[in-house]
Design a protein around this ligand. Structure first.
Ligand code: SAM
Length: 261
């Protein structure tokens, strides 16, 4: 379904999660927390109409890559930045984009399309080599999803995404984004999180960890003696009580189980 916008003559596509930031104060705050130097490469995901891009392009940096799936918006960005040799626009799907040739001081930034935001995050966390190609990520999510990503154990919000993220990155909430700052206005608020990759668990078999998390959290109300019945000997060896539920195990517990399995 298309909804007319009051900015320019472009429509907002729900299917592409298009909620554009229209609050300059918020943009200024977001711009301030993105620290760069002359070697920084910023990869902006879903720049849309370029609300944040306008600030990013004025920062000290080496390159600014814009990855936008919507052809009309990508064309318009190409026009706007045709005289800025640091800016490169890719009319591509960020889920399929080949990030492998990027390295250096890369920061991934974006007000992510909500319908693919967790898929995008998992793609960047799953990276075969760790540490990955980026030094930092500053990303906007729907508030509830953000809460799940940063959640501690023993909470309802703690799940696969919390562990999968926290094994790879130190993550913190940096800005709250009221739904009023977007157009069209979404049903829910947003939150901006900052991800700093960590190397503490860099040798872990990440896919094995994800497999374990899938099993543990598939039926989160069940005890792990049922959901992780194939791991009982490991739980015993690690002295983890099998009467616990998936949400009671720490990130460290999941790392230890993965290492022994
Ligand atoms: N950054 C802009 C802003 O804050 O105003 C727009 C953010 S809007 C929430 C998400 C943007 O991502 C839209 O411009 C949409 O077209 C784009 N998008 C959606 N799916 C995408 C994908 N798979 N790859 C790249 N861009 C995508």
């Amino acid at each position: 379904m298309k909804q007319p916008l009051n900015i320019g003559n472009i429509y907002s596509k729900k299917s592409l999660g298009q909620n554009f930031i229209i609050d300059e104060n918020f943009l200024k705050k977001l711009d301030k927390v993105i620290k760069t130097n002359s070697g920084t490469i910023i990869v902006e995901i879903g720049p849309g109409k370029g609300a944040l891009t306008k600030y990013l392009s004025k920062k000290k940096l080496k390159q600014l890559y814009l990855i936008e799936k919507d052809t009309k918006l990508a064309e318009s960005l190409k026009q706007s930045y045709k005289n800025n040799s640091k800016v490169k626009v890719f009319n591509e799907d960020a889920l399929r984009f080949d990030y492998s040739y990027l390295n250096g001081e890369v920061i991934i930034v974006g007000n992510l399309p909500f319908n693919v935001s967790s898929q995008l995050l998992m793609k960047w966390l799953k990276s075969k080599n760790w540490p990955s190609f980026y030094k930092k990520m500053i990303l906007m999510f729907q508030f509830e999803l953000g809460k799940r990503i940063i959640s501690d154990s023993n909470l309802k919000s703690y799940g696969k995404l919390s562990v999968a993220t926290q094994v790879r990155c130190k993550v913190k909430k940096i800005l709250f984004a009221s739904s009023n700052i977007f157009h069209p206005k979404p049903k829910v608020d947003g939150v901006v999180l900052e991800f700093d990759p960590i190397e503490k668990y860099k040798n872990i078999d990440y896919l094995k960890l994800l497999d374990l998390l899938n099993k543990a959290f598939l039926h989160r109300r069940k005890k792990i003696k049922t959901t992780l019945k194939n791991y009982l000997h490991i739980l015993q060896e690690l002295d983890i009580d099998s009467d616990l539920r998936a949400e009671n195990l720490s990130v460290q517990d999941y790392v230890k189980i993965t290492k022994l399995s």
